[in-house]
Design a protein around this ligand. Structure first.
Ligand SMILES: Nc1ncnc2c1ncn2[C@@H]1O[C@H](COP(=O)(O)OP(=O)(O)OP(=O)(O)O)[C@@H](O)[C@H]1O
Ligand SMILES: [Mg+2]
Length: 442
């Protein structure tokens, strides 16, 4: 196979910068970053044929009897790791294939690539801009807040300015553009906004972002977490995901003649997302703890509806700014930052495209505060709820054709099996809540 220019660039850069080690990164089905290191001597071979590894110890990959896997580095993702200064180390994301070179069904990057190819067949490129929120704590053992700051608070309340600044420096050093950075609503909670880009690059960037935030926290002797709801009574950490479809350079979500400046493609895309929202929630909110965030009263969505500007809706259409057609987008507000970004982007795209292809009708806009409506009013307005807990989400995802087709049988079956085991483990727990409430009275 002829070597690509990108592979040539990688080999030349490694040579010129005296890089001895290259970390090969890929992701398991639950969204944990996996890596192994090769030396620069192995690089040419790895770029040409990939590097074999044992897939049987990777969550959701393969059984012991078919465990040979091959990681093919993607040279377009080559970056030098900014925090490894003593000996320069680089990294590349990999596609996982079977020994006969066929893309592996259990590889989340392949799951996303399949959906992006479907969008491309329809003439679209899928752009996403996720807002990942996270907490800084003193340590895992002592999850105490480092500050009592609030939304957009400035020092001395906001002690984390240096932590965020170094994180931005590292992200930019790895070619990940940052738009802005701020303290979030809850104490010790922060957000660093990445500039939107194509979904595959963004899924890789989300993996690098999570690792970088945790790396910087460790350098400062504190702990950073993307746990959706680490503290009861304050906002949880979400991953609002802004998205749009482009046709070439044109934003296909924009229509100058429409009352809301939204095209038919945008409206049918929203309709598809709303139709499948409860079914795909297992993927965007995959932990027991994820549902402690999806409760009324903390800016996190609970009800399946859309609205312009209204932050209590599941799908929000940010205000249109004249002359900013390319920024026309929708914001899907339920995902949390502990999801597998490849799978989350894949199912959200699949749901949107299903709406576009079936020309689904957009339900009426939910203009008022949905939380203040009565259950009866919501039912009358046809407003459904997101799953109440992980078990609900499992049941809905298991029987969803769209989710199965988007993930593929291998990942779908593995995820249902794994999440059922997690729910069973949770169910078996006797929680502090039960002891506090029942032991004194029963
Ligand atoms: N056409 C587009 N497609 C996808 N994402 C886009 C597009 N245009 C802008 N974005 C992204 O949308 C995100 C907007 O983030 P921003 O924090 O401004 O949103 P917000 O929801 O108004 O903020 P918050 O939730 O903190 O109140 C950014 O990541 C930006 O890059
Ligand atoms: Mg937002």
């Amino acid at each position: 196979m002829a070597r690509t220019d990108e592979a040539d660039y990688v080999l030349r850069t490694v040579e010129e910068r005296g890089i001895r080690f290259i970390r090969l990164w890929f992701t398991d089905v639950l969204g944990f970053l996996k890596a192994f290191t090769i030396t620069s001597q192995e690089l040419e071979g790895a770029l040409a044929e990939g590097m074999g590894f044992d897939g049987s110890s990777i969550e959701g990959f393969s059984r012991i009897q078919e465990s040979d896997m091959v990681a093919i580095p993607d040279p377009s993702t080559f970056q030098v790791i900014p925090w490894r200064t003593e000996l320069p180390v680089a990294r590349m994301f990999c596609d996982v294939v079977t020994p006969d070179g066929v893309p592996f069904d259990g590889d989340p990057r392949w799951v996303l690539k399949r959906q992006l190819a479907r969008a491309a067949d329809l003439g679209y490129t899928f752009y996403v801009g996720p807002e990942l929120e996270f907490f800084y704590f003193r340590s895992v053992e002592d999850p105490a807040f480092l500050d009592q700051g609030g939304y957009f608070d400035e020092t001395p309340l906001d002690v984390a300015t240096d932590y965020r600044k170094r994180t931005v420096q590292y992200l930019e050093a790895m070619g990940i553009p940052v738009e802005y950075v701020h303290h979030e609503v809850a104490p010790s909670q922060h957000e660093i906004d990445l500039r939107y880009t194509d979904a595959l690059t963004m899924a890789d960037d989300v993996m690098a972002y999570r690792l970088t935030v945790k790396e910087v926290a460790q350098e400062f002797g504190i702990y950073a977490t993307f746990m959706p709801k680490p503290v009861a009574g304050v906002n949880g950490s979400g991953m609002h995901t802004h998205m749009s479809l482009f046709e070439g350079d044109r934003n296909a979500f924009f229509d100058a003649t429409d009352e809301y400046h939204l095209s038919k493609t945008a409206k049918t895309f929203i309709a598809g997302l709303l139709e499948h929202a409860p079914d795909l929630t297992l993927v965007t909110n995959q932990w027991v703890n994820s549902y402690k965030r999806l409760v009324p009263g903390y800016e996190a969505p609970v009800y399946v509806c859309w609205a312009r500007r209204n932050r209590s809706a599941l799908v929000r259409v940010p205000q249109y700014k004249p002359g900013k057609e390319e920024a026309t987008r929708i914001e899907y507000r339920s995902p949390d930052a502990a999801c597998n970004p490849y799978l989350a982007f894949a199912v959200m795209l699949a749901a949107g495209l299903d709406g576009v292809e079936r020309e689904l009708e957009l339900p009426p806009e939910a203009s008022n505060n949905i939380y203040e409506m009565s259950d009866a009013d919501r039912r009358a307005a046809g407003i459904r709820s997101l799953p109440e807990d992980l078990h609900d989400a499992i049941v809905l995802a298991e029987r969803s054709d769209l989710v199965r087709r988007a993930l593929g049988d291998h990942v779908h079956e593995y995820l249902i099996r794994n999440k059922r085991a997690e729910w069973d483990a949770f169910k078996a727990e006797v929680t502090p809540f039960e002891l506090r409430r029942y032991l004194p009275i029963l």
